[in-house]
Design a protein around this ligand. Sequence first.
Ligand code: ARG
Length: 477
Amino acid sequence: MTDQHLYAPEGIYAPEGNDASSKAWSGRFSEPVADVVKRYTASVFFDRRMALQDIRGSLAHARMLAKQAIISVPDLTAIERGMAQIQGEIERDEFQWKLDDEDVHLSIEKRLIALVGDAGKRLHTGRSRNDQVATDIRLWLRDSLDVIDTLLRGYQAALLDLAEQHAATPMPGYTHMQVAQPVTFGHHLLAYVEMAQRDRSRLADCRRRMNRLPLGAAALAGTSFPIDREFVARELGFDGVCENSLDAVSDRDFAIEFSAAAALIMMHISRFSEELVLWMSPRIGFIDLADRYCTGSSIMPQKKNPDVPELARGKSGRVYGHLMGLLTLMKGQPLAYNKDNQEDKEPLFDTVDTLADTLRIFADLAPGIRVKPEAMAAALKQGYATATDLADYLVKLGLPFRDAHEAVARAVRAAEVKGCELAELSLEELRAHAPAIGQEVYAVLSVEGSLAARDHIGGTAPKQVRAAIARARQALA
Ligand code: ARG
């Protein structure tokens, strides 16, 4: 274990020799940074993911500097040319990332200076890495948030397609994991579409607050150059500027808000996963999952395990963890920028990666759910799922609800003793508990009757489920 390290695999980020003057800030230092400290403080292994955002931010800053005559137009042209080359190198994976260059910002700036000389050295005028990094993360997260929103939409669309096919497929609805009342499988799926819709509105909300420009705050107090922050904000697609320079460089609320929204998304997916796992267990057997989402056992030849939903359920844990990590990262920090903030990136990156993969997989997994309506219908026959319908029927005949509830409870007990369903009791047997009951009770007790009766917005009547699907599709369009 000499130079080997999880974050600095040998050969990729080999130190270049330890020359005190190799750093952009080394002027005031009399001895080189210890190797372990270099590795400990460097972020280039992970923050290079923000390279394109860093270039975008630098170009907007340089254009503003030229517009304000802080740098010359030829300098701007040189910076633009250098950055175009650097972007190409990064995209072709030819860029040399080095531990010695510390972070993405210094790596790109150093390369720019190597390519275009003094013009490159003027880029950092009126700017600090503190407002630069704050800008880069906002840009990166804004881009990622837009991708996540599109993926959520795809997941919703896949659920809606499945819901449409099963708008009238009866299944037991549960409370306390006990059979409660019939619902349709389509209606059940629409609950997850609603959750995803709220998730998307949370992301939009978070995006609105995130979409402000920190650049111009410089290190913490602003800059003595005649900058035009509104111009940079417009160039980068921000809605406005962060108004206090100290807050601009130190605020990471947007990262925490995003992580909270991400935790909720994973919680929703985890609940769905739990249901998929339960539904696939042979005891319940409501669905089968396409083979591409399952794995076998190395010892039990008969096994087909729902690994993907299980993993998604498990991965919610790391996303919650990142939220806690970021909250803890920020809680003790005095104003303004502190190096602690460098720790914000890995949790954010992992949150986005986990979320994106999970949503991608679930959008594809939904059409791979094979529904077994016979198993759902069989489960509906156990548990007196239409008992509430009988009570509602008695209320419509004039009984107070509490008396109706009592009468039906007695009828359920009688059916239990006889070992049959409510609809299998004769009219006389039912009338023993409520004499007003008529022949039409058998339609009331049927699953189809129960479903069709819940005919209002938000209800499970197949007609309402179809209308809800149409509304949801409109919201997606
Ligand atoms: N890599 C640093 C980060 O991620 C960039 C800002 C460093 N600023 C500084 N003054 N050391 O936060």
